[in-house]
Design a protein around this ligand. Sequence first.
Ligand code: NAD
Length: 363
Amino acid sequence: MIIGVPQEIKNNEFRVGLTPGNVSGLCKQGHTVLIQRGAGEQIGLTDESYRIAGASLIDSAAEIFHKAQMIVKVKEPQAQECAMLREDQILFTYLHLAPDPKQTKALMHSGAACIAYETVTAMNGALPLLAPMSEVAGRMSIQAAASHLEKTHGGLGVLMAGVPGVAPAKIVILGCGVVGRNALQMAVGLGAEVCIFDRDIDRLRQIDMLYGNRVRTFYSDNLLIEQEVCEADVVIGAVLLPGGAAPKLVTYEMVKGMKAGSVVVDVAIDQGGCFETSRPTTHADPTFLVDGVLHYCVANMPGAVARTSTFALTNATYPFVEALANQGVMKALSIDHHLRNGLSVYKGVLTSIPVAQAQGLDF
Ligand code: NAD
């Protein structure tokens, strides 16, 4: 199969869909890999390293989209990329279609088989291609919060850890999945006072077993959320309804009740966000204020640590790339129902029920 990896074009996105190691593995199995020249240069994955691994270096994304049978990317395709997709192609990347009817229509119009990393499943109901980026974003969310709590970055002027004689920051984490647990680990490590919400009691039990009284756990209840959010210095949004739009757990009224200079990090922004006041931002301009509360809503947080993220992501995606390349899309999807769960658009038809529901479409 001819596999194409264009350079990412989203704002400040430096991750790459395949590493030189992946390219070498695919080429050894008889596949052809086309990499856009310069795709990995910014993160130390040089054109030369891809060439040595067996890739053909291609000057333009247009040529890659023209020649490849499968496009492997990182972020959802931008409008000009959707316009280059064809009916006989596979697109394998993050899509985040639920809050994005425009992209959904463009992918349906292309006729391509579009498989979303974020809805591929594993045995235990886990989301193995979302998990590595959620680990990165969860850990980063606390770094971002700590930095934005500083006065010079628009925050209240609070040191997350406190010092002897001065209390640490109060952090509320909404969602106890991969993002939430990684945020929790960092927040506890920095010495913050933390509580975490979920509606999955088993997940709260695990936190209780691990951290004991060091962390307060709460069943996700509107009144309790309001109470904790109003007292918080930092609120991390980390909930997910797989494939669907994030539930709005924090209303505008609750945000109005928060301290001026407190910080909201809505990691769930890629699924529409769990704060009523959120809107997507970029690494170039990551924050905005709502009633004095600083909102950090970067939709591609792992892009900032693109080298770590590229390896973490491709460690998880590569076995599926190999399966699609070796077996073709029909066979790979029919053999592996976990991969099939990632199929979102096929030959012009929207195949994801949560996306259809989120967009109010008949299914
Ligand atoms: P996950 O499935 O591991 O965890 C989500 C958790 O939310 C689950 O424990 C679930 O029970 C909980 N939840 C669902 N509804 C809830 C509710 N009403 N109240 C409380 N908890 C609720 O998901 P994850 O991997 O942790 O991802 C979380 C979000 O972060 C997703 O939207 C994901 O796409 C996003 N994400 C964003 C970035 C970024 O750069 N902004 C990066 C990675 C992941």
